[in-house]
Design a protein around this ligand. Structure first.
Ligand code: 5GP
Length: 207
């Protein structure tokens, strides 16, 4: 019997450094960890590749996938649709691989409802001032756009208490270390360890 992978849900407002933390944790491409590639109806940004960053689909294709019950969770975020493929997640977890979902609070709620053992991690910026600075770092956007980003960020942050763990990303290396610690601790959870070390436990406990 193979130990099932853990499902980690990672949410944050834009500007908290979520993608950088996930990328840093998985940069050596460990065989037992994967980031889920979502479907989205938004247009690719420069440098984004289909099938790598997202599966880019039309609204009609997305609706067909909803009708086919192909999504483990889906949500409308900032006027676009985003969803996580049910089959890919189930198959990857069954192979004993930990899966990271980079999704918003609406998706997180759906995942927790169907898979309560999934592990929710919320990442916060250290202060409102620092968040404003990060959201405005390009310095080219209008005040209206920045105000909208800030309002969206506050809306996302208001759901922090629906998660199991909270990381404050003030210093990146500290936050990465905390993220990695959460992942490692959950891998040592009794339910998984019991399966991984089944033979050893039988041997240790033999009369
Ligand atoms: P972006 O368009 O900047 O890549 O992502 C916008 C937001 O959508 C982020 O908060 C991201 O976590 C969220 N998101 C990305 N993929 C999914 C998904 O499959 N489901 C849900 N619910 N949210 C997603």
């Amino acid at each position: 019997m193979t130990r099932r992978g853990n499902l980690f849900i990672v949410s944050a407002p834009s500007g908290a450094g979520k993608s950088s933390l996930i990328n840093a944790l998985l940069q050596d491409q460990p065989a037992d960890m994967q980031v889920s590639v979502s479907h989205t109806t938004r247009a690719p940004r420069p440098g984004e590749e289909n099938g790598v960053h997202y599966h880019f689909v039309s609204k009609d294709e997305f609706k067909t996938l909803i009708d086919q019950n192909a999504f483990f969770e889906w949500a409308e975020v900032f006027d676009n649709f985003y969803g996580t493929s049910r089959l890919t997640i189930e198959q990857t977890l069954d192979r004993g691989i930990d899966v990271f979902l980079d999704i918003d609070w609406q998706g997180a709620r759906q995942v927790k409802a169907v898979m309560p053992e999934s592990i929710g991690i919320f990442i916060l910026p250290p202060s409102r001032k620092e968040l404003e600075r990060r959201l405005n770092s390009r310095g080219q956007d209008s005040e209206t756009i920045i105000a909208r980003r800030m309002a969206d960020a506050v809306d996302e942050m208001s759901h922090y208490d629906e998660y199991d763990y909270l990381i404050v990303n003030n210093d990146f290396d500290t936050a990465l270390n905390e993220f990695s610690t959460i992942v490692k601790a959950n891998r040592l959870h009794l339910a998984g360890q019991r399966i991984t070390h089944n033979d050893m436990l039988d041997d240790l406990l033999a009369d």
